[in-house]
Design a protein. Structure first.
Length: 168
């Protein structure tokens, strides 16, 4: 260990990856879920800072979730099948991302948020219409992100109750 990274009296502790994969992945996904809940609270008066810190929270949660989850999945595959497992993991990730965007878009559009946003962007709404359109946009936005947070919460519990590690 390089001398500048070692504190006298403290020895590095090495835990096997699988000892912390489940908790770290679950914790990361819980942080991302919390970020989604916080994002759902944004409104037309929210500042750039309000948006950015929520996105950072989601990013931190995703980064804490992704690596241990990948490690657990790939580590449970036999060595001769790890290439296939990696391909399935990548395919599952892209499919999940695509499905989540489609689901969020369908919820947002179905609740009138997309139409309200388009009308607001056009600038052709009266002041009374503008207020109603803003309310529709914000409520659609909130429901969409709360549904996403609910799905993430299911993922947290799924990650917590995953089966015993069967690393080979």
């Amino acid at each position: 260990m390089p001398p500048n990274c070692h504190a006298p009296g403290w020895e590095p502790v090495s835990l096997p990856d699988h000892a912390i994969d489940g908790l770290l992945a679950s914790g990361g996904l819980a942080i991302a879920c919390l970020g989604l809940i916080f994002i759902s609270q944004l409104n037309e008066h929210s500042s750039i800072f309000d948006i950015v810190w929520r996105l950072i929270l989601i990013g931190i949660g995703q980064s804490l979730f992704q690596s241990p989850n990948n490690s657990a999945l790939l580590g449970s595959a036999p060595r001769d099948l790890q290439g296939s497992a990696s391909g399935f993991l990548a395919t599952g990730r892209v499919f999940g991302q695509s499905l989540s965007i489609a689901l969020a878009g369908a919820i947002f559009a179905g609740l009138g948020g997309a139409a309200a946003g388009a009308m607001l962007a056009s600038g052709h709404a009266s002041p009374d219409q503008t207020l109603a359109l803003q309310q529709t946009f914000v409520s659609s936005f909130r429901v969409t992100f709360l549904v996403c947070a609910g799905i993430a919460a299911i993922g947290v519990f799924t990650s917590l109750i995953r089966g015993k590690d069967t690393r080979r």
